[in-house]
Design a protein around this ligand. Structure first.
Ligand code: SOE
Length: 375
């Protein structure tokens, strides 16, 4: 009999659904050190919460996250709320000696992110931030190829993350358009992912030159025709000078009409290049310089030997977006067993946040902003 690990999850919208699916699947496909138990789902509206817990598979519900964090039978807190709740919940969870998993971006402000890192360091608890795209098998393979030196010296990172869901100016002023709730717009929501992939594959950014744009400056308050101001960006762009000497561009937009979830990067090194696109997430395009007939080739990253693939289907039987969350939980649970935070952890979240903060400063001043060298 495996030891049980009781999980409480706060929030049950899109990310809560994705995490719940992963909690349900992870132990059915991978041999885990623990048996995760979907113990408590936390939210504010009891009727909606009860319905969500039934659909998603949680045993109990609770309307006070403070009570749940204090429960001695809860081992792990999974934070899927809007950004304004990340810091208070994560800090309380760390103080209560729970393992903490937190959705991205880590916090709404740099100060909060620093406080969160201080709390998990002091408590010595295992912690992780959910940048799930690192664990798409093709992205993990990209890292392996880079580590093996197949690309030589890295020169360029070119990342885009494009969506279009609020391009209509009548789309309501939901929390994602309110700085107090979300911290920022496309910057924290989308660019943070592409930046995380850049940090994972290319290394630390040393300097950024950013630009932010809000196209629709007021939107209808939900359920009314009254408009109120939008105080976050709709699009965020940055040039990056990496500490390694590589250079990059990252662009994120919610106004790329026709693009639903276009998350793509290209990396060019002295000996080769890599291209990945979430819309074809099982494939990695690889170019290795080998003379006139080198050409790009397409690797289907579904062989048993490929990262995370041994537990799924026979080669060629593709997996999807949701699997990246299952892989994230797999590594989190292994981390709990070893007492070691898997990457990306809160420290990574803080480094990401420093870069987001620098991009905002640069957008305001029109100057390049240097990031402190990694501690
Ligand atoms: C925004 O639309 C969003 O849901 C992000 O918040 C997620 O992190 C991203 O993976 C998909 O898009």
């Amino acid at each position: 009999m495996k030891k049980k690990l009781n999980v409480a999850m706060i929030g049950y919208q899109f990310m809560g659904r994705a995490h719940s699916n992963a909690w349900r699947q992870v132990g059915r496909f991978y041999d885990l050190p623990f048996e995760p138990v979907m113990k408590v789902l936390v939210g504010r509206n009891q009727a909606r919460l009860t319905a969500a817990a039934g659909t998603l598979g949680w045993q109990e519900t609770a309307t006070s996250w403070q009570d749940v964090v204090a429960r001695p039978d809860i081992d792990l807190i999974d934070i899927c709320t809007p950004g304004d709740f990340h810091a208070p919940i994560a800090i309380a969870a760390a103080e209560a000696r729970k393992t903490v998993l937190c959705e991205k971006p880590l916090a709404n402000t740099l100060v909060e992110a620093e406080q969160m890192v201080a709390a998990v360091r002091k408590a010595g608890v295992v912690n992780m931030i959910c940048h799930n795209y690192r664990r798409c098998p093709a992205v993990t393979l990209a890292r392996q190829l880079i580590d093996e030196g197949k690309l030589g010296t890295l020169h360029h990172y070119r990342g885009v993350y494009l969506q279009d869901w609020p391009a209509n100016p009548d789309f309501p002023l939901v929390w994602r358009f309110q700085k107090a709730k979300s911290g920022s717009g496309a910057l924290g929501d989308l660019l943070s992912h592409t930046l995380d992939i850049a940090r994972y594959l290319v290394g630390e950014p040393a300097e950024v030159s950013g630009s932010l744009k809000t196209f629709v400056t007021e939107r209808p308050v939900p359920g009314t025709t009254t408009k109120a101001p939008v105080d976050v960006d709709d699009a965020a762009m940055t040039m990056v000078r990496f500490a390694s000497g590589a250079v990059g561009t990252i662009e994120a937009s919610r106004f790329a009409v026709g693009r639903k979830n276009h998350n793509r990067f290209e990396i060019n090194g002295s000996k080769g290049s890599l291209v990945w696109d979430l819309e074809r997430m099982n494939e990695l395009e690889v170019y290795i310089e080998e003379g006139p007939n080198s050409g790009f080739r397409r690797i289907m990253v579904t062989d048993r030997s490929h990262p995370f693939c041994s537990a799924w289907w026979p080669a060629g039987h593709i997996i999807g977006y949701e699997h990246s969350f299952t892989h994230t939980l797999l590594d989190l649970l292994k981390g709990v067993a070893e007492g070691k935070s898997p990457q990306p952890d809160f420290e990574d979240g803080l480094k990401n946040q420093r870069a987001l903060d620098a991009i905002e400063t640069s957008a305001q001043t029109g100057q390049w902003v240097k990031l402190a060298p990694p501690a």
